[in-house]
Design a binder for this molecule. Structure first.
Ligand SMILES: [Fe+2]
Ligand SMILES: [Fe+2]
Length: 176
C-alpha cells in the first residue's frame, strides 16, 4: 500500500490501519498519564488537570477502536507507539499536540475509508472520537499560547511514520 490517502481499501487494510490508530491511542493514554503527573509549576496546574482527563478519554477511544477491529474480524493490537519522556513542560505539551495532529489527520482519512466500505457504525464512532481529539488540540494549543495548528495528513508524513516537522518553527510562534 502506498502512502497516498485513499478511500479505496480492502477490509483487511482497514483493520491494519485501525490497529495503527489503536497503537496511537495507547500512546496517548501513556503520555497523558505520565505527563499529567510530571508537569510541574504554577503555570501548568490547569493543563496538568486537563491532561488527566485526556488520559481517561484516550482509554475510552482505545476501547471503541478495539471493539470496531473485533467487529471487523481483526485482532486488536497490543503495542503502543513510542512515547518520549522529558522534564520540560513545553516539550511534553508539543509532543502531545504533534500526536493529536497526526491522530486527527489519520481519523479524517479513516472516516472516508469507512464510509467508502459502507461501515457507517465505524464512521459514526470515529466522528465522535475526532471531536474529542480536536478538543485535546485546543487545550494543548491554549496551554502553549498558540493557534491550533492544522492536522498532519498521513501522506505528509515520512515512511518511518514521523512527520518532517519543517512547519514547526512557524506553528509554534506565539499567538498574535
Ligand atoms: Fe484518542
Ligand atoms: Fe486525543
Amino acid at each position: 500500500m502506498n502512502n497516498e490517502p485513499t478511500s479505496n481499501i480492502s477490509r483487511a487494510e482497514l483493520i491494519e490501519l485501525l490497529n495503527e490508530d489503536l497503537a496511537g491511542e495507547y500512546q496517548a493514554i501513556i503520555a497523558y498519564t505520565v505527563y499529567s503527573q510530571v508537569l510541574k509549576g504554577a503555570a501548568y496546574t490547569d493543563i496538568a488537570r486537563e491532561l488527566e482527563i485526556h488520559a481517561g478519554e484516550e482509554l475510552a477511544h482505545a476501547i471503541k477502536i478495539a471493539k470496531q477491529i473485533d467487529y471487523l474480524g481483526g485482532m486488536p493490537a497490543v503495542t503502543p507507539k513510542p512515547v518520549i519522556t522529558s522534564n520540560d513542560p513545553v516539550v511534553m505539551l508539543r509532543a502531545d499536540l504533534e500526536n493529536e495532529r497526526v491522530t486527527v489527520g489519520r481519523y479524517r482519512e479513516r472516516i472516508r475509508q469507512a464510509e467508502a466500505l459502507g461501515e457507517y457504525g465505524l464512521s459514526e464512532t470515529l466522528r465522535a472520537i475526532i471531536v474529542q481529539e480536536q478538543d485535546h488540540e485546543i487545550d494543548l494549543s491554549a496551554a502553549l499560547g498558540i493557534n491550533v495548528p492544522p492536522p498532519i495528513k498521513p501522506a505528509e508524513r515520512k515512511n518511518d511514520g514521523s512527520n518532517d516537522g519543517n512547519q514547526l518553527k512557524d506553528l509554534y510562534a506565539p499567538r498574535r
